[in-house]
Design a protein around this ligand. Structure first.
Ligand code: UDP
Length: 367
């Protein structure tokens, strides 16, 4: 049984790393392929978890659109499948990498397992292109590792055979716990030490992230307006690791530079980001992963989107969908900062044993 694990972006790497580690721990061989749909941000994650790819497609080119990217991934994966035989390919979530690797495997009649399966908005334009990527990957997949019961229900409604769906929790919680343990045991790095020195952490920290295509333009401009308003409070420091996408960088640096309590910084490596989350009072973010991680740290997330495929956190009171209307964001921030205690008691996205469940399932399948 030859297994290939394939991913391309930072969040996929964070969420697939626990599976790689669990496979190694159980002495189950696998090969790792990265498309490097993100380069710098991906490499930091690989290094932190000690993962060395067997294949690195280094796929990105300047101004490459989604069609060209998709065509390159298909062709490059086919070249790999031509030279080495695999029985099972594991892909993750909703990226162009996941969808195209799944398609390349399907064309070669290789089985596909989909990690973080079954998330849906059922609006193919939101998030774009992720919603279609995950539905497409789900149609191809032979095995579906659903993070929650809701995700499983979505798959069953789409007539996926229930014996092929396993509810595992989200592997991002595994990654978070692995990282918190390392921090507890003394892990630090330059980014963490620089943050301590630069910011001091005497005020309450509001952590901000944003990267979604659906918010490019007006969405990010509105977020900046909201942050400018929030920065008038003297009891908070706003820390914003700005995503490397120029559609984000241009607006954010243009609108928010030189404000004393808004700290615009480069995207953080994963352990530094986890450390910073653990020091924060409130997070404002459009990130899926952050919505899934924050409940384990008991930190509320204001989600700057109009819809989310992660309703479990909203229903449990761990996050609030605020959209990008500046006054709505401000009102929610002020409301949360008044609260003494945050209500979210359990993390609806998992408890840290997802990777083991997935590997146990694979072991039965391998036998
Ligand atoms: N993250 C990180 N550094 C940062 C911002 C986020 O390592 O500066 C991590 C975060 O902990 C989470 C993941 O990146 O696990 C989320 O990635 P992103 O928001 O880019 O994508 P999404 O989760 O929405 O797919």
């Amino acid at each position: 049984m030859k297994i290939l694990i394939c991913f391309g972006t930072r969040p996929e790497a964070i969420k697939m790393a626990p599976i790689c580690l669990a496979l190694s721990q159980k002495n189950i061989p696998y090969k790792l392929c990265v498309t490097a749909q993100h380069r710098e941000m991906l490499d930091q994650v690989l290094e932190f978890f000690g993962l060395v790819p067997d294949y690195d497609l280094n796929i990105m080119q300047p101004n490459q659109n989604l069609n060209v990217l998709s065509a390159r991934i298909l062709a490059d994966m086919d070249a790999i499948f031509k030279t080495e035989c695999f029985d099972l390919v594991l892909v993750h979530g909703d990226t162009t990498t996941s969808a195209m690797v799944a398609l390349a495997a399907f064309h070669r009649q290789i089985k596909v397992a989909h990690v973080e399966a079954g998330l849906r908005t059922y609006n193919k334009l939101s998030p774009f292109p992720e919603e279609l990527n995950r539905q497409f990957t789900g149609r191809i997949a032979d095995f579906h590792f659903a993070p929650t019961e809701k995700a499983k229900d979505n798959l069953l409604k789409e007539h996926v055979d229930k014996s092929k769906v396993l509810v595992t929790g989200n592997t991002v919680v595994d990654a978070l716990f692995i990282t918190l343990e390392k921090i507890k045991n003394g892990f630090s790095n330059n980014a963490i030490e620089n943050l301590k020195e630069r910011i001091g952490f005497s005020k309450r920290i509001i952590l901000v992230t944003g990267h979604r295509r659906e918010s490019f333009g007006v969405g990010f401009e509105n977020l900046c307006k909201a942050l400018l308003e929030i920065s008038k409070r003297q009891d908070v420091d706003i820390i914003y690791p700005v995503h490397l996408n120029p559609n984000v960088q241009d607006v954010v640096y243009n609108k928010l530079s030189n404000i004393a309590n808004i700290h615009l910084i480069k995207p953080l490596d994963y352990p530094s980001f986890v450390w910073l989350m653990s020091k924060s009072t409130l997070i404002i973010s459009d990130s899926g992963g952050v919505q899934e991680e924050a409940p384990s740290l008991r930190i509320p997330v204001l989600v700057t989107r109009e819809t989310t495929e992660r309703n479990e956190g909203i229903n449990a009171g761990c996050s609030i969908l605020v959209g990008t209307n500046p006054s709505k964001i401000n009102a929610a921030v002020n409301e949360f900062l008044k609260k003494e205690k945050f209500q979210c008691e359990i993390n609806p996205y998992g408890n840290g044993d997802a990777a083991n469940k997935i590997v146990d399932f694979l072991q039965t399948y391998i036998k």
